[in-house]
Design a protein. Structure first.
Length: 101
């Protein structure tokens, strides 16, 4: 039997983020550039939502988060981060450069 809930659970990186790891499905994500990651970190912490914070270059940080019960991963990218240090983990985080249009 096909179950959307089971597929969602299998594809979601939510549990991986809760355990501090990265799920392969998280590479398929919506990427947005923001002015600062600080306000998003405050909001995620206030809601007790899991996230992963990484650094792609010396000037760019990436915040991975999951929209619960949807298996949708969002990457917020910014050159500004002042409230927390990113984890330093050896994994592929592509540097897209400046995404200005």
């Amino acid at each position: 039997n096909f179950s959307i809930a089971e597929v969602d659970q299998a594809m979601s990186g939510f549990r991986a983020l809760e355990s501090g790891s990265f799920h392969a499905s998280m590479y398929n994500s919506l990427v947005l550039e923001v002015d600062s990651l600080d306000e998003y970190l405050f909001r995620l912490k206030a809601q007790s939502m899991p996230y992963m914070l990484m650094q792609t270059t010396s000037k760019q940080y990436v915040l991975f988060m999951i929209i619960p019960q949807n298996a949708i991963t969002v990457q917020l990218r910014s050159q500004h981060l002042s409230v927390e240090k990113p984890i330093s983990e050896s994994m592929c985080t592509e540097d897209f450069g400046q995404m200005a249009f």
